[in-house]
Design a protein around this ligand. Structure first.
Ligand code: NAD
Length: 264
């Protein structure tokens, strides 16, 4: 690996298994020399996350449910016991009731709208609020978003609305924290088959569509996202903040189905 992230310490939130986008980012950071801490949601994931963390040389694995303010405080208190400073935080967390990731957006319930916004939008602000206090020499905060924030994508529904709000919060956070040398960015990843994505209706079709119609004519891997995350998390992205960076094989620039793409 390179030495790009040598001497940097970062918190990775949202690792569920080795298919997670958080895993692609964690591997890239560790390979570039970063020291990592991990948070996981709920006891069931603890035994999955601990060995993955250990394989990257990390023994800082702490619980955090982002719907609970006390749980976020406990995470950062636990982190402070081990480290007096952090350089970066990765927020790879999102959630919505999968019954509303199909059918029509107009049928979204008030309860699931509020929950999706809480977990998928507010939690990033809540995390950055705490992370800021541990970023004593500047820092970089990164979240994950999707093109459904900008354009209507099949079945993405309330998550599209949530991601639009997440991208707006990235811009506001960037302004608030820029004076302290803390950068805030999002990666808009192309579709990847993960646990969270499996809740989205017709996801296989969406994957295939992207493969056939993106300029690079392939789907994105979690390693692709990890490599691009390195740029935003390291000094290479030192003048980049408030940005939503597309890591989608170019899909977002396309205006029409490719002429060589078969019907699927
Ligand atoms: P994933 O299922 O591996 O990760 C989602 C994570 O969110 C899990 O680790 C889960 O534990 C965590 N989470 C959910 N509710 C939580 C809560 N209340 N408290 C703490 N953690 C909670 O799936 P992923 O695809 O790697 O998702 C990571 C991020 O990437 C999400 O924000 C997702 O919307 C985004 N994203 C995914 C894709 C894709 O196609 N997979 C594309 C663009 C963006």
């Amino acid at each position: 690996g390179s030495e790009l992230m040598k001497g940097k310490r970062g918190l990775i939130m949202g690792l569920a298994n080795d298919k997670s986008i958080a895993w692609g980012i964690a591997k890239a950071c560790a390979d570039a020399g970063a020291e990592l801490a991990f948070s996981y949601q709920g006891d069931a994931l603890k035994k999955r996350v601990e060995p993955l963390a250990a394989s990257l040389g990390s023994d800082i694995v702490l619980p955090c449910d982002v719907t609970d303010e006390g749980s976020i405080d406990a995470l950062f208190d636990g982190l402070k016991e081990r480290w007096d400073n952090i350089d970066f935080v990765v927020h790879a967390i999102g959630f919505s009731d999968k019954n509303e990731l199909r059918g029509r957006y107009v049928d979204t319930s008030r309860a699931n709208f509020a929950m999706s916004m809480d977990i998928s939008v507010y939690s990033f602000t809540a995390v950055v609020q705490r992370a800021e206090k541990m970023m004593n020499r500047g820092g970089s905060c990164l979240t994950l978003t999707y093109y459904g924030a900008e354009r209507v994508m099949p079945h993405y529904n309330v998550m599209g609305v949530a991601k639009a709000a997440l991208e707006a919060s990235v811009r506001y956070l960037a302004e608030d924290l820029g004076k302290d040398g803390i950068r805030v960015n999002a990666i808009s990843a192309g579709p990847i088959k993960t646990l969270a994505a499996s809740g989205i209706g017709d996801f296989r079709y969406i994957l295939k569509w992207n493969e056939l119609n993106s300029p690079l004519r392939r789907t994105v891997t979690t390693d692709d996202v990890g490599n691009s995350a390195l740029y935003l998390l390291s000094h290479l992205g030192g003048a980049v903040t408030g940005e939503t960076h597309h890591v989608d094989c170019g899909y977002h620039v396309v205006g029409m189905k490719a002429v060589d793409a078969p019907d699927i």
